[in-house]
Structure formats: C-alpha cells, structure tokens
Ligand binder design. Structure first.
Ligand SMILES: [Zn+2]
Length: 201
C-alpha cells in the first residue's frame, strides 16, 4: 500500500517555511497546518504584512539602519549630535547600543566586517560611504564598536589606518563584548560600560 503524505501544496508550504531562521521541520509542519486550517484571515494578514514590510523597509542611505523612505529615524533626528559617529558591523547592532542611552550621536553600519575566509573584502562593505561621511560631516570623534574577535579587530585597524589622516579623534568601545557574538548578544550594562569606558586609538 502506498504511504500517504500531505498533498503537494502543503509539503511545499512546509519546505518554504523551513527556510526561515529558527524554524525546524516540526515547527514548519505545525505552522503550515495552522495556516491551512485557520478559520479567520490571519494567514492572509501575515502574508500581506510580509510583502508590505519587504517593499516598505529599505536601508537608510546614510547609516544603513532600517528605514521607511530615504533616512532612518536616527539620521532624520536633528537633536542627535553630528560630531559623534559610532561605527558598527550590522544594522542590528544599532538598537542594543541605543537601549543603553549612553550614546547621543549617529551611527554607521558597515554591513559586515573584513573576512578573507568568507571572502568579504573592504569593497564589499560600506567603507567608501564612511570615508565620504567623515569628509562631509567632519565629526569630532569616531567610536568603533565592532566585535572583539580577530576579524572585528582587523576591520577596526583597517579603518583606523584609513581615517587617521582626518582631524578626528578615533576611539573604540572598551573590551568585554563577547568575541564573535557581536553586539546582539551583549547585555545592556556591558554595552553601557563598554561605551562609557571607551579608549583612544
Ligand atoms: Zn540612518
């Protein structure tokens, strides 16, 4: 006797859901069955929210954070100090730093870090845009808040070499960030201390 499976459409939906981060085969199956059996319009609303969000949210043209339109909320805020620039790896590193309330300046996310192993070269990152901002905005201080592992360190050194010709103080947040884990996994107090205890480069 032939082994019975879900219809192809459901199997396909399960396969699609499994592409999402954190969704294993069991969760994918549960979600797919919920979607098929839901009596209300929730699945359709979720589908609409996904496509609306994807078309509305863009990287901020200045700092790379999530934005609706040209500039993000931080870059569009005139109350933020223009003389302080904090360089991070990912746009997702910005909110953890914001939560500490220890920083009143602006950000610049690189979109990653230099990594020969993963074939990420300086040209693949938003480094030219950073240099352009430094020329244009002439900040007093640039704080590097990259992760404390080998690649984060190498990226910081590369940027320091590139930016030391400008009349700007270069500093880095104090150590204590989890190596390799990046900013996302650091708690608020650790980040607050790391930001307030920054050191000159
Ligand atoms: Zn921005």
């Amino acid at each position: 006797m032939k082994r019975v499976e879900y219809p192809a459409a459901i199997r396909e939906l399960i396969a699609q859901l499994r592409q999402m981060p954190g969704i294993g085969p069991r969760s994918a199956e549960r979600i797919a069955l919920w979607m098929v059996q839901a009596r209300k319009q929730e699945p359709e609303e979720i589908a609409a929210a996904i496509s609306n969000t994807r078309s509305a949210v863009r990287p901020c043209t200045l700092c790379g954070f999530f934005a609706i339109g040209e500039l993000c909320e931080i870059c569009a805020d005139d109350a933020r100090a223009r003389d302080l620039l904090c360089v991070v790896e990912q746009p997702t590193d910005i909110l953890p730093l914001e939560k500490t309330s220890a920083f009143r300046g602006r950000y610049h996310s690189l979109g990653g870090r230099i990594s020969p192993l993963d074939r990420v070269a300086p040209e693949d990152l938003r480094i030219a845009a950073l240099v352009e901002r430094v020329e244009k905005e002439a900040p007093n201080e640039i704080i590097f808040a990259l992760s404390a592992d080998v690649e984060g360190e190498a990226t910081t050194s590369y940027l320091v070499d590139l930016l030391k010709k400008f009349p700007v103080t270069l500093s880095r947040i104090a150590h204590g960030l989890p190596a390799g884990g990046g900013l996302e996994s650091a708690d608020e107090l650790t980040l607050y201390r790391a930001l307030s205890g920054r050191t000159k480069l």
